[in-house]
Design a binder for this molecule. Structure first.
Ligand code: 4AD
Ligand code: MG
Length: 430
């Protein structure tokens, strides 16, 4: 019976067939040890000459890495085995050969591996990361669905900028129109929230970021909730609840993967709500106190975020940035109009910003003025301004970048390993 390796424990003592690829092989004269993977897991197949016969035993001695094969044998519990079980082979068939597989168990450089990303994802470590990514996405969906949010998709081709004009990707849209790949679904999300109350969108977003940092991709996935009749405090509570729930879910269901990744899970265990909250001013004062060359009034850089988030054992919510460094749609704080009612959530252990959001500008005249000040084309925003003409209400939301979240939870050096095919300044292949 075709069995997936992940289910092997249910078949102890039984005869099973696994369909997969040869990951690794070693021999000790009379016995071959084949590590076989099938996408659901890895298992050691023990093949003795006595069990499979001379001819098959000889053939197995020439199997190369990533040969696809089907193995039939009996499941045996073994304390020493990684997953607790091994298979004693009775027969096997090669499905297709694999000659000179380019990724061997030896160390390869990251560029070499990224050029072969379509094969690199077959390794145990990369599979573990992609499984955690899956769990994060699943947890995100459950979080919003269980709270009665409606998934409302936003377009990828857009006529205008959401997050500043410097990171737009233009696309030729038929003969004489330029469209831009979406930087964020937020503006449409706001319209959807006015229709449906509590909504979220979840899709790929694009930024022509000329930065080569470990936190930037040009194509990344963002989940963005938006809520009508919500203020900044509601937004922060929704955000911290999401982060805490996602982390708890991965700890609960992806222990094996975190072990493969050698992730110290103790820092993740302390990710509980409420998160500490500080204002931009408090954060700025702390950075200056620490002797960082931080200029008051500017946005935080990567190092600033690392130092700031390093103070806490869980993510920190930083609020009230100067309106001047934030997007045009941010609502000013009535008590200090040069500050925005916004929040960035910074992950600990040096990971920095994983969430950005806040309360939206709901005043018609001020919004029109901001669009002008930011030199955005007013005609492209007419529909957005309409939301302030027809029953404007306080509202807010945020965006969480999936890759940054996964990089942090997995404890990775760089976001490029958190997505199957990373798109970066110098990377469009494979
Ligand atoms: O802070 P950002 O730019 O906020 C927005 O786009 C808002 N419109 C979201 C909203 O309120 N609905 O981006 C949100 C998050 C960041 O905190 C980060 O996690 C991720 O998106 N992000 C990136 N991830 C990878 N590569 C990039 N270049 C990213 N830019 C933003
Ligand atoms: Mg941001």
């Amino acid at each position: 019976m075709h069995t997936y390796i992940q289910d092997i424990a249910r078949h102890e003592g039984q005869r099973v067939t696994i369909k997969g690829w040869l990951h690794n092989r070693r021999s000790s004269g009379r016995i071959h040890f084949l590590t076989v993977r099938d996408g659901s897991g890895f298992i050691q197949v023990v093949m003795s000459k006595a069990a499979v016969g001379d001819e098959a035993f000889q053939r197995a001695d020439h199997l190369s890495q990533e040969t696809s094969l089907i193995v039939t044998g009996t499941v045996r519990a073994d304390q020493r085995a990684k997953g607790g079980y091994e298979i004693d082979a009775q027969s096997f068939d090669v499905v297709a050969p694999s000659a000179d597989y380019p990724i061997t168990p030896k160390e390869h450089g990251v560029d070499y591996l990224m050029d072969r990303r379509h094969l690199w994802i077959r390794t145990e470590r990369q599979q573990a990361i992609l499984r955690v990514r899956h769990e994060v996405i699943d947890a995100v969906r459950d979080y919003f669905n269980s709270r009665d949010f409606i998934l409302a998709d936003t377009p990828i081709f857009t006529p205008s900028a959401c997050e500043g004009t410097s990171t737009l990707f233009p696309v030729q849209y038929f003969e004489d129109t330029t469209a831009y790949l979406t930087q964020s679904g937020q503006l449409y999300n706001e319209a959807n929230a006015m229709a449906l109350g509590r909504v979220y969108c979840f899709g790929p977003t694009f930024r022509a970021e000329k930065s080569k940092t470990r936190r930037h991709l040009t194509e990344f996935w963002m989940v963005e909730p938006e809520v009508a009749y919500a203020d900044l405090d509601d937004v922060i509570r929704l955000a911290e609840g999401l982060v805490a729930e996602v982390v708890a879910r991965v700890l609960d269901r992806r222990r094996t993967e975190l072990t493969v990744l050698e992730r110290d899970t103790r820092p993740l265990e302390s990710v509980k709500t409420p998160f500490p909250r500080i204002t931009y001013d408090e954060a700025a004062a702390f950075l200056v106190e620490q002797g960082l060359p931080f200029q008051y009034g500017t946005d935080f850089g990567g190092t600033d975020e690392t130092v700031l988030s390093g103070r806490y054992d869980r993510p920190v919510a930083v609020t009230h940035y100067p309106a001047a460094v934030k997007a045009f749609y941010m609502k000013p704080d009535p008590a200090q109009p040069d500050k925005a009612l916004c929040v960035d959530v910074l992950a600990p252990e040096g990971y920095g910003e994983i969430i950005g959001g806040g309360q939206r500008l709901d005043d018609l005249d001020l919004l029109v003025r901001r669009i002008e000040e930011h030199q955005l084309p007013p005609e492209a925003f007419e529909w957005y301004v309409d939301l302030r003409r027809y029953g404007s209400v306080p509202h807010g939301g945020f965006g969480m970048g999936i890759e940054r979240c996964v990089a942090w939870i997995c404890g990775l050096e760089h976001v490029r390993e958190t997505i199957p095919y990373a798109r970066m300044l110098y990377r469009l292949y494979p």
